[in-house]
Design a protein around this ligand. Structure first.
Ligand SMILES: Cc1cc2nc3c(=O)[nH]c(=O)nc-3n(C[C@H](O)[C@H](O)[C@H](O)COP(=O)(O)OP(=O)(O)OC[C@H]3O[C@@H](n4cnc5c(N)ncnc54)[C@H](O)[C@@H]3O)c2cc1C
Length: 414
């Protein structure tokens, strides 16, 4: 086993999981984790859900317990942004002017919220949402209820934040460029399901609509003007219009970048000894034969593991079926699959009205993606959906829709 020095840039889930995997696989050499944020690596999904709602405490967030780094000889440097990398010399530069040598380097720099060049977006009360500090800040603004909140963005984060804001008793209006929220992600029928869920809980939609400007007095936000000229009152505005992969270090170093850092299935970049994982990596996926950049928790977890193993010269490929989840009001949703392969509308098993259903998307008769909403976990729907996708066997939509046919009966060796 190698004893080379491994440097990890980025203290998110991918970076911390890589450090954990390096030690679990027996790597005895130095491991240095350089993190720009001042918090130890933590999970982001609860930030817009149970943590924002005050239903989970800080103990639910850390990727590993605080003492783990010292106990396992991982040098964790917080508040240490990397300012440059030199793949030819195998060095990284840190903010304090210091240069560190590496044998292998992992870029796990994640993504940053996309910003809008909107007049008024620098007013107090207007923000984006990505970090634990953002969650603390927004919770303080939402918790008392009774405020006007405008959410700009109809994707997963905008919808989760709208749900939390409304649950606290605020008046929430959501603007988005799509006809239906989440339409780009899950199509009009299921996007419509989430819209109805939100409307039943008091959220108001302006779709399609964009923000033309944000107004304020004395440096503080008072409203949002839409492109249709409507003036919406606002005490708080969140801009949740997607993220941009943080590729600046790779780009400056001449590493191949296209919608993220390009990698092979083992997460090797175009520079020898440099790997990328998590939101920043656009990895070649063996299942689709195309590059795939995922902005989901399980991709950062699995990517961190794969990159660590590959850095140690072990067999490793990121070949799992992508997975993510969301919780909004009384709906828990899980999704597995390859959105880029979907051809046509979903087949539904169960009832949208009762908020308990499965949805399957197909291509050439094969299941390529599947969603479960409030489906009993004991039935392990996601495990079976992933197996169905991997099996690549054709299944008739009638059978998929039939609640009388147990899901696992659809697997080829059942
Ligand atoms: C609010 C929220 C809710 C989410 N909910 C879900 C969900 O329900 N389900 C789901 O599947 N996924 C969800 N996600 C997505 C999931 O959290 C991300 O996919 C995951 O966090 C990506 O991890 P990462 O380690 O690749 O990147 P990040 O978590 O972005 O971590 C990267 C880190 O690198 C640091 N960094 C960047 N540049 C440098 C540098 N030059 N030097 C040092 N450090 C640097 C950044 O500051 C950051 O801390 C959510 C994300 C957010 C923000």
């Amino acid at each position: 086993m190698s004893t080379e020095s491994i440097v990890i840039v980025g203290g998110g889930l991918a970076g911390a999981t890589a450090a954990k995997t390096l030690r679990a696989e027996g790597h005895g050499g130095p491991v240095i984790l350089l993190a720009e944020e001042r918090h130890r690596p933590y999970l982001r999904p609860p930030l817009s859900k149970e943590y924002l709602l005050g239903k989970a405490d800080g103990d639910a967030l850390p990727v590993v317990p605080a003492g783990w780094y010292a106990e396992n000889g991982v040098e964790l440097r917080l508040g240490a942004p990397v300012t440059g990398i030199n793949p030819a010399a195998r060095t990284v530069s840190v903010g304090n002017g210091q240069t560190l040598d590496y044998g292998s380097l992992l870029l796990a720099t994640g993504a940053r919220p996309r910003r809008l060049p909107l007049p008024g977006s620098d007013l107090a009360g207007v923000g984006t949402f990505r970090t634990i500090d953002d969650s603390h800040h927004l919770r303080a603004g939402l918790a008392g209820g009774g405020r006007n909140v405008v959410m700009i963005g109809s994707g997963w984060i905008g919808m989760e934040l709208a749900a939390a804001a409304s649950t606290y008793g605020n008046t929430v209006t959501l603007l988005g460029l799509e006809d239906v929220p989440l339409g780009a992600a899950i199509g009009p029928e299921l996007g419509g399901f989430f819209r109805s869920l939100h409307e039943a809980n008091g959220v108001r939609f302006r779709l399609p609509a964009s923000a033309a400007g944000i107004t304020g007095t004395s440096g503080r936000v008072t409203g949002v003007v839409t492109d249709a000229g409507e003036a919406l009152p606002a005490d708080l505005v969140v801009i949740a219009v997607g993220v941009v992969p943080e590729v600046s270090l790779a780009e400056a170093a001449g590493i191949a970048v296209r919608n993220g850092i390009l990698t092979d299935p083992s997460l090797r970049t175009s520079a020898p000894g440099v790997f990328a994982a998590g939101d920043v990596a656009n990895a070649l996926h063996p299942f689709t034969g195309g590059h795939h950049r995922s902005e989901h928790w399980s991709n950062a977890l699995n990517g961190g593991k794969v990159a660590a193993r590959a850095m140690l010269g072990l067999d490793a490929a990121l070949d799992t079926v992508p997975y993510f989840y969301t919780d909004q009001f009384d709906v828990s949703m899980e999704y597995s699959g390859f959105p880029t392969l979907i051809a046509g509308p979903p087949t539904i098993r169960g009832s949208l009205e009762d908020k308990e259903f499965l949805a399957f998307w197909q291509r050439d008769g094969r299941v390529v993606a599947g969603m479960s909403v409030n489906w009993p976990r004991s039935a392990k729907p996601q495990k079976t959906i992933k197996q169905l996708i991997s099996a690549k066997t054709a299944v008739s939509p009638d059978v998929l829709a039939d609640p009388g046919v147990p899901l696992d009966r659809l697997l080829p060796d059942a």
